[in-house]
Design a protein around this ligand. Structure first.
Ligand code: CO
Length: 213
């Protein structure tokens, strides 16, 4: 059997098992989704949102990209964010980085990697801002893990700088935005930062809204 065929076979067994546990499982899920969380995580196969939070289908709206970035020209991320905040009305948005992130490690390198240079460039900017704190660390892995943390915090700020989040804060006092980091060595998530509608943002990034209806 080919490896991809195994996936299809496992899917059949999983669907059967779910139906046996709850005959209405798929019927209920098919009608609507009301997730309370938006997860912006890394594409890394070792950091699956539902599995590490022990959540079920329907509980978390997920967007993943290389190194869990919030880039303001990324229409994919912005579309997910707008839909999650304005239509699904999620209560929490979490940016979830992870130690040992290959994207962050690559950004600390000067090797030319082609197209992905343009993506990693955003992480290099975070490194440039915190270089003094990072470069004093001797161990190479600990250095990149420090940048993983700074990067998560910066992406939380990037979320707060979007008009989508600011408008939702002004109108509904939600969502709460979290910065988390996942440790692949112990399976645990650490909280790094939390921002909500009470937090002050540098005035230059604050939008005026005339139409809040
Ligand atoms: Co990663």
């Amino acid at each position: 059997m080919k490896s991809y065929e195994q996936l299809l076979l496992s899917n059949k067994a999983w669907a059967q098992e779910r139906k046996e546990m709850n005959p209405d499982f798929f019927k209920n899920l098919a009608t609507e989704q009301r997730p309370r969380f938006l997860w912006i995580g890394c594409s890394d196969s070792r950091v699956p949102a539902n599995e590490i939070t022990d959540t079920e289908p329907g509980e978390i709206f997920v967007h993943r990209n290389v190194a869990n970035m919030v880039v303001h020209t990324d229409l994919n991320m912005l579309s997910v964010l707008q839909y999650a905040v304005e239509v699904l009305e999620v209560e929490h948005v979490m940016v979830v980085g992870h130690y040992g992130c290959g994207g962050v490690k690559a950004a600390m390198n000067t090797q030319n990697l082609g197209l992905i240079n343009k993506w990693l460039r955003n992480i290099k900017e975070v490194y440039r801002q915190h270089r003094d704190d990072i470069d004093v660390i001797d161990d190479e892995n600990k250095r990149s893990d420090k940048l993983v943390e700074y990067n998560v915090i910066e992406q939380v700020y990037n979320l707060a700088k979007t008009s989508i989040i600011q408008k939702a804060w002004a109108k509904h006092n939600r969502p709460v935005v979290h910065g988390w980091v996942y440790g692949m060595a112990d399976g645990l998530i650490k909280e790094l930062v939390t921002m909500d509608h009470n937090d002050e943002l540098d005035p230059i990034f604050r939008f005026d809204f005339d139409d809040l209806d």
